[in-house]
Write a protein that binds this ligand. Sequence first.
Ligand SMILES: [Zn+2]
Length: 429
Amino acid sequence: MPTPDLSHDLALGDDLRAFVDASPSPGHAVAELARRLTAAGFTELAEADRWAPSPGGRHFVVRQGSLIAFRLGSGALGDTGMRLVGAHTDSPTFTVRPHSDVRQAGYRLVGVEPYGGGLWHTWLDRELTVAGRVALRGGRTALVRLPGAPLRFPSLAIHLDRSVREGLTLDPQRHLVPVWDGDLGEEPGLVEAVAAAAGVAPDDVVGHDLVLADTQPAARAGADGTWIAAPRLDNLTSCHAGLLALLDAPAGERTQLLVCNDHEEVGSGSMSGARGSFLEDVVRRLATATDPGDAEAVHRAVARSVLVSADMAHGVHPTRYDRHEPAHQPRLGGGPVVKLNANQAYATDATTGGWFRERCAEAGVPVQSFVMRADLPCGSTIGPLTAMRLGIATVDIGMPQLAMHSCREVASALDVPLMVGALTACLAE
Ligand SMILES: [Zn+2]
């Protein structure tokens, strides 16, 4: 097992920053994953085609904002089971409404709807753009990202609202409407700009899944430059680490699989989300390919499998450390965090948590633990949903970060090689 480099080697952190910058929307994250997989020799399978993957075959499948990549093992799925890593491609943001052209007070604005549980005040006064997928006449789609920083949510001056000293209250319908420009003439609006970015006429855009995105590139931060300040670290960090682990893991008799689902931030209930059929559909097709004629293969495969659900974890806060359980305070740079919850908001149990710790010990990776305080409710992730849907043994883990769901989050680049090393060891078991 390769021992991860524990020195201040920031190369993988720099690669994570490039991945985040290339991924302003789930569609872009999937495209970037697909680009890197293709460069490494993986080929795409379409769900609408017949599949005939052979042992050792490396492929990926895309369903909307979700992607599954796998390296088929040399053994039959029912005999060997799988090692899986799960993550999510989406982050809290705002989606552009169908009728988005808003005009008031001499400004043109863009109507948007909050997506997920963002810390919306952190989106104020930032240089924003629009990115995502557009549907074009004739059944085609295109990914677009508007150049520059055409949108922003300007704060209201303190002189115009002194009550802000008691706490900022933002009404999403009235206050969170980004401004496009101050010209109500016939200047191009958002739809015209999106059509231009897609290289088509405005009438050719028949639908869109567009989100707002921060335009400030991900940066090295902190006194020694080992922190990463970036948007969407939750959970592009785990998509990136899972990808590197899949590319690094040596081929074996067991199938290795990475699933990156969309819609985690809104409950995962969609055809591409973790409560949907995507992973189960792919696993069934793989079992059909490796175990032809064996009706029990998929059940035997799942019973022999382990899923590492990789999402971010709360690092202890420098001034609000009292919000952490005193004996469970993960620190940035301290390695992956195993997440447990008595009420099953996380899927980790004794066996899966222990299995993960063993893999980390083999790889020389330190492990931390997180439980929520007993007087605070616990967040959740794709782990319990996938465990519930497939009946698969699951461990919930994550890289520690600060400011989860802020427009600008913080993590340690030193954790990136630790996470990649841990996930590689899990896939390679
Ligand atoms: Zn997350």
